[in-house]
Design a protein around this ligand. Sequence first.
Ligand code: HEM
Length: 529
Amino acid sequence: MNGSNGNGIPATGQAVNGIGSADDTRVAEGEQSQTLTTRQGHPVTNNQNMRTVGSRGPTTLENYQFLEKITHFDRERIPERVVHARGAGAHGFFEAYGAVGDESISKYTRAKLFQEKGKLTPVFVRFSSVIHGGHSPETLRDPRGFAVKFYTEDGNWDLVGNNLKVFFIRDAIKFPDMVHSLKPDPVTNRQEGARIFDFMSHHPESMHMLTFLFSPWGIPANYREMQGSGVNTYKWVNTAGEGVLVKYHWEPKAGVRNLSQPQAEAIQGKNFNHATQDLYDAIERGDYPEWELCVQIMSDDEHLELDFDPLDPTKLWPQEEFPFLPVGRMVLDRNPQNYFAEVEQVAFGTGVLVDGLDFSDDKLLQGRTFSYSDTQRYRVGTNYLQLPINAPKKHVATNQRDGQMTFAVDLPKGANPHVNYEPSSMDGLVEAVPAGKDHTPEYNAKLVRQSLDGRNEYGQAGDRWRQHEDWEKDDLINNLVDNLSGATRYVQDRMIWHFSQCDPEYGRRVAEGLGVSVPSTEPIPTEAV
Ligand code: HEM
């Protein structure tokens, strides 16, 4: 049946692009009707009563319809994402400008989705908060995830970003510790400022992110009025195999709006789903959210003249030196039909790049790239890439087959179904022709465990403090004091020291709020106490 089901809820089979639609072959084989069936297609004539011996008697074990229903219900949940569990999603499109600023984009990248002015690529976006569970309030202080899946003609590209443009740490080996400090205490099951700042006080590189996160920038008003950023440094590669470093930025057409802590608390008292509701309602009424995609470009060198390493995700690239260059726009114009099938099961990863896009040596990015598909094989299952929301919108011809829940082995015409290996002389699948020269960076270095040089850990955090408006500064100080008040005196002193290095006024105001004085020397690290 097409159209609405009478409740204003669209019936199945109406999705554009096949995502989230009923499977076409099933529809074609039998007339669709609203008659309730089991998952085997048997009509259900009584959905109100179990089968029992007499109206008061015991139930029977051959009660297939009931057993199927209850056992399926028992398995309705899959593991939540270990981070970014709470989210909302929408479909839309990306429209390329066919240029990067005023220059030809092919000078920098051969990625097909960017080349032609007006070229449209379907996208699916998932916004999220990070630390708490799947139904936690959307007013909590947290970075917001901003993950975009581009279904390109060359396969999928995932740009898995956040709203804030920097991160707490720059080495992936620290990620589980960082997340543990932000998640609830393993004994009390409560998020504790004392634990967060205990960890952060050992990481001067986190001051920049904290100066954003504890200000109103840590609570965006909703998903439509926030920026997005790839945070990590990536590369673009042209046909000659030459690479440049790039950073990605999404700029919202609606502008940026953030909430103070009291404003967020007022919203949370009435509606803890406000951001999901805002996105869904805006799309339903045709007020489609839109962002412009901009890039910053830098040559692929160490850049010792800068006071930050271009591979350090705790630092920004100053816009005066590396301007935002627009390359396209994204519009979200369709809500998901089934939250679980689309928003819950969608799987993004930083390894999912198309030809012309590449990784940089950013260590946080490289660690992330292993983590995403690893967790998705556990969270969704081995064949998560066969689900409609994750499958590319181009033909997949792979010898990676089988495993739990396999349903698609769709060989191209002429391919020999007996050959599931490569190379073969019997009409098996063959390698693609490269679209350009390989990008082949050279390495000559010792294998070490050594931190990237932070160069100037406090400079940009201090700039951020000074750029905040007065109400943002006041909110930041209140939130820091509130969260630091339960920390040990040692952790308080270390944090005040770090803030003072960013800007003396910043440190002084936190110290005043806590009723302590600014330490005259750096408190020695705990390990040395
Ligand atoms: C070493 C650092 C990091 C690691 C190991 C890591 C790992 C993970 C994992 C395991 C997930 C859950 C994925 C899933 O279940 O599908 C996730 C989700 C996510 N991460 Fe990261 N992450 C890291 C840093 C970052 C950074 C720097 C950003 C922002 C640029 C980011 C943005 C996201 C987003 C947006 C999601 C949610 C994707 C979705 O909506 O499904 N992560 N991350």
